[in-house]
Unconditional design. Structure first.
Length: 269
């Protein structure tokens, strides 16, 4: 049956079914992560807290090879971060919360697939042809943002927080909830931000935004992206630039997508 001819309550019922499927997928992924907590926490979550994390090692090699800077005596982290828990149920709450967020990330491709199944009957034959590519690109962009947040943003944020000192008298012993919040916020927020081109495609398709608009206000967009990059990072120049570069690239991709979407809309009309 065509969803366009279905009554409103039928749409709600269909949407509820897909939401239940998504929740089940998240719960299954969450349980899977909970059963592998040592791998999740020791090797993934606390990976950037160790001096031998892959990002630090790659940076050393790049600095030695291309910049001629020898970092053998200088490291991002002088030693592994000291992380403490000061709440009775702190580790348990972190365990549940982190596994839930991990479950959302792990099941994201399936959640997107369920959303696509919901809107598929309402699409035209031409829209169905490229909807699968949209599904793939949304998943790719989200995962790309997750990897960028984990392997690039998190190490630089941790380095900044660890190395910045008002005095050498206080010792940097970090709180567990604060560290987990930094990892989750950085990774998940970058995953969402990397979906920006898809948002532009959706708004252009609905004719709420246009290629000419994005091109005209490019300078204004740069300032907005700079504010976003500064809000995500502690505000130091290096971290801000690291986040700003992919945001600018995503904006350019969005302009390109908007141009072709506008062209497609004109052909259809």
């Amino acid at each position: 049956m065509n969803k366009n001819k279905m009554p409103f309550w039928k749409h709600i019922e269909e949407l509820r079914k897909h939401i239940i499927h998504c929740l089940c997928a998240i719960i299954i992924a969450m349980i899977l992560l909970m059963n592998n907590k040592y791998i999740i926490f020791d090797y993934i979550i606390f990976g950037p807290a160790k001096t031998d994390f892959i990002t630090y090692r790659v940076f050393y090699k790049l600095a030695n090879s291309f910049l001629g800077i020898h970092l053998n005596s200088v490291s991002f982290l002088e030693k592994n971060l000291e992380i403490q828990n000061r709440q009775i149920f702190g580790q348990f709450n972190i365990y549940i919360w982190t596994c839930f967020i991990g479950g959302v990330i792990l099941s994201f491709p399936y959640v997107v697939y369920e959303f696509w199944k919901f809107i598929k009957p309402a699409l035209s034959d031409e829209e169905k042809k490229y909807s699968l590519w949209i599904l793939i690109m949304v998943t790719f962009l989200f995962l790309l943002g997750i990897f960028f947040g984990y392997f690039v943003l998190c190490p630089f944020l941790i380095h900044f927080g660890y190395s910045f000192r008002i005095s050498y008298i206080p010792k940097n012993i970090f709180d567990l909830s604060d560290y987990i919040s930094l990892i989750v916020h950085s990774v998940f927020s970058m995953g969402i931000i990397f979906l920006f081109p898809f948002l532009i495609f959706f708004l252009t398709k609905m004719e709420l935004i246009s290629y000419s608009f994005l091109k005209k206000y490019r300078k204004h967009a740069f300032l907005i992206l700079l504010v976003i990059a500064s809000a995500i990072t502690p505000g130091d120049i290096l971290s801000t630039i690291i986040v700003l570069i992919p945001l600018l690239i995503l904006y350019q991709v969005s302009v390109y997508i908007s141009f072709h979407t506008n062209h497609t809309n004109k052909k259809a009309s």
